[in-house]
Design a protein around this ligand. Structure first.
Ligand SMILES: Cc1cc2nc3c(=O)[nH]c(=O)nc-3n(C[C@H](O)[C@H](O)[C@H](O)COP(=O)(O)O)c2cc1C
Length: 225
């Protein structure tokens, strides 16, 4: 059974474009995958804590040497990593804030990028000390931006630090299959916003309607020999 992890990270409610777009995807995905499971986590309305000194010290202590207090410090992070690892597909709604990801989504990333859980570290292996521990997952990031032109070749492309940051950190843990669907022009409204939202919605409906065998063909044809 395919499992979808649906994350929303906008602090906005009804006015959030990313929330509306991810909801549209999930509805369509459930029609196409009636046996699929969905886990929902709203990190926009229920922000996650930032990592603390006790969290860091626990995360870098080998599991069999952790005190009860250390295990407690990592409880939520363990839950988030388990949830992430159980999903085949991760759908994340991410608002574009100050040229990057919002702190609420970054807090999520900091909780799931965990040594020994989503990546391993070998200080003796100077050539490749880090090894990704996540395999076979796909992520769709649904982004909304206030201005326009942040996409490839656009007038603001150089200021888009969200797409490359997301791709880098996901690749670091082993999520190499990332698709970004973006809406723009929230700050202008009107026809430019409507056009962008329609295009994002169309792309998401197409992605949600892909069956597993169709997806394998797409990934297979994109693979570098
Ligand atoms: C704190 C904050 C910072 C923002 N920074 C940018 C920015 O750097 N560039 C931009 O194009 N839009 C920026 N915006 C606009 C948001 O990207 C836009 O409103 C987007 O639609 C938010 O996602 P949402 O609709 O899901 O809430 C910012 C908005 C807020 C509230």
């Amino acid at each position: 059974m395919t499992h979808l992890l649906h994350l929303d990270s906008s602090p906005r409610s009804d006015r959030s474009h990313t929330r509306r777009l991810t909801a549209e995807f999930v509805q369509r995905w459930q029609d196409v995958h009636p046996d699929g499971g969905v886990t929902y986590r709203d990190i926009g309305r229920n922000p996650l804590p930032h990592v603390t000194e006790s969290w860091i010290s626990a995360a870098f202590t080998p599991p069999n040497q952790r005190s009860a207090a250390m295990q407690h410090a990592l409880r939520l992070s363990d839950e988030l990593v388990d949830e992430f690892m159980q999903a085949d597909l991760i759908l994340a709604g991410i608002p574009f804030y100050n040229f990057g990801m919002p702190s609420g989504f970054k807090a999520y990333i900091d909780q799931i990028v965990r040594v020994g859980r989503t990546f391993s570290f070998d200080p003796l292996n100077k050539k490749t000390p880090y090894t990704p521990l996540v395999h076979g997952k796909r992520m769709i990031a649904v982004i909304s931006r206030g201005d326009g032109g942040y996409g490839p070749g656009g007038r603001n492309q150089q200021y888009n630090h969200l797409d490359p940051h997301l791709a880098t950190v996901l690749r670091f843990i082993g999520v190499v299959d990332l698709q970004i669907v973006a809406a723009e022009n929230d700050e202008y409204g009107g026809a430019d916003l409507d056009k962008s939202l329609e295009s994002a919605c169309r792309q998401l409906r197409g992605l949600a309607s892909e069956t597993k065998s169709h997806r394998q063909e797409v990934v297979g044809s994109n693979r570098v020999p």
